[in-house]
Every structure is written in C-alpha cells, then in structure tokens.
Ligand binder design. Structure first.
Ligand code: SAM
Length: 236
C-alpha cells in the first residue's frame, strides 16, 4: 500500500465507474466510492429510489438515471452516448459490486468494446465477505451465483458442479434456501456447507455443518434475510 500518495487526481472524463455500495452496513461505503459519487456527472442506478436514499444518506445530490427503465440495449446505448460526450458516469446497483449477479457487466463490456474507459471502484461484495469468513478453502473457488429456478436445469447445473474443484459459492433468496439445502443434502451429503446470512447487518449469522444438519436447523425457525451458501470441496 502506498501511503505517500499525492492528492488524488480528478475523475477522468468519459469514464464508466463501477461503484460498489454496501450490502447492508452503510459504514462499508469506501472513501473512493463517496468521492466518485460526488464528482461524477450522473449516477446510473438499478433502482433510482433505492440509490437516491443512499446518496441522500451521504449528503450527495446527483442526477440519477435508471438503467432499468428501458430495455437493456437502449439503456447501455444511452450510457455509452454520455461517455462519448465526455461525461463521468457512476454505475451502482442496489447492493454490492455491480456485475456480480447484478446488472453492470453488460454495460461495462459494451463500453470497453466501444473503446471507452471503465474503472472499478471496489468495495462490498457478498461473495467475498462470505467466502473469507466461511473457514472453507479460499485458494480455489467457483462462483455459481443464483441457480436457475427451473427444476430440470437447476438439477443439471448442480450435478455439473461435481467435478469443479475448490469451494462452490451460491447466492440464494430466502424463498428457495430450503430447496437448495434439500438439493445439496441429496447430491452432496458429505460436503461441509456454510450458510452466511445477513452479512454486515445486525443479525449476521454464519453457520457450518453438513447440508442435512443446516436444513434441520433452518426448518425450525422463520427464514429471513439474504443468503450466501458455500459448499466445501470433497475432502474439506
Ligand atoms: N452485487 C451483489 C454483491 O456484490 O454481492 C449481489 C447482488 S444479488 C442480486 C443479491 C444476492 O447477494 C442475495 O440474494 C444474496 O444471495 C447475496 N447477498 C447480498 N447481500 C447479502 C448479505 N448482506 N448477506 C448475505 N447475502 C447477501
């Protein structure tokens, strides 16, 4: 880490900044994220009301552009047009790192393909928080994200992961968490599993065990919050 840095240069014109925002705890916003949000020309947001509240909390007032308002291609094209005009566009999602199971990746790819500048402003990401606090191997891991909602496809996806080395990381909603644990209990009964719930929030909880154990625990209480599910490798 270079602690002798001269004052940071201003934002660069015509750049798409992918700005990570908190996944629950507002203290997790980074100094650079705040600076980029303050100095950009426009904030492209997944949900303008949600991101508007975040900006307001930090005393930032910026024009917001919803990139869900129109179809994806048109949204990207509008952002690209602004970048071509030299605008500095900060892209945020509802929580965490844009592009990780969230919109953002497509706009970034389109901007790069058009020869425009893209910069990441790293910060909170549920995948990294869960993985590092899980106690499972971090040297090699595979991010699955959300599985398909369709039974057949979901099953094929899960079976296809059998030979994938390292820790497997899934995102899951509270509505399907029981289903995922049932599937893991059936297909991977002996693999150490970690459930990371409500990371960075007041009721953060990280529980480890075999899929069937975690399933039993979860069935006994109301299921709330957002989950990251991690499956250790065969021998872990
Ligand atoms: N872009 C985000 C990131 O960087 O992690 C992920 C967005 S994705 C639409 C939302 C999913 O991420 C949730 O369903 C859950 O699986 C996971 N997630 C987000 N925040 C979380 C939290 N505080 N605790 C546990 N999981 C979380």
């Amino acid at each position: 880490m270079d602690t002798n840095q001269t004052p940071l240069p201003p934002l660069r014109a015509g750049t798409l900044y992918l700005v990570a925002t908190p996944i629950g705890n507002l203290e997790d916003i980074t100094l650079r994220a705040l600076r980029v949000l303050k100095e950009c020309d426009v904030v492209a947001a997944e949900d303008t009301r949600h991101s508007g509240r975040l900006l307001e909390h930090f005393g930032i007032s910026k024009p917001l552009l919803s990139y869900f308002q129109f179809n994806e291609a048109r949204r990207s094209e509008e952002i690209l047009e602004r970048l071509r005009r030299g605008e500095k566009v900060a892209l945020v999602t509802d929580a965490g790192t844009p592009g990780i199971s969230d919109p953002g990746a497509r706009v970034a790819a389109a901007a790069l393909a058009a020869g425009l500048r893209v910069e990441a402003v790293p910060g909170p990401c549920a995948l990294v928080a869960a993985l590092t606090a899980s106690g499972l191997p971090t040297d090699e891991f595979h991010f699955v994200g959300f599985l398909s909602h369709k039974s057949g496809q979901r099953r094929r996806q899960l079976e296809g992961l059998r030979m994938v080395p390292g820790t497997l990381v899934f995102y899951e909603s509270p509505y399907r968490i029981i289903r995922l644990l049932e599937e893991l209990a059936e297909l991977y009964p002996a693999r150490r599993t970690v459930l990371a719930r409500e990371l960075t929030k007041k009721f953060e909880e990280i529980r480890a065990g075999l899929p069937a154990q975690l399933l039993g625990e979860l069935r006994e209480r109301a299921i709330k919050g957002e989950f990251v599910v991690l499956l250790g490798p065969e021998a872990a």
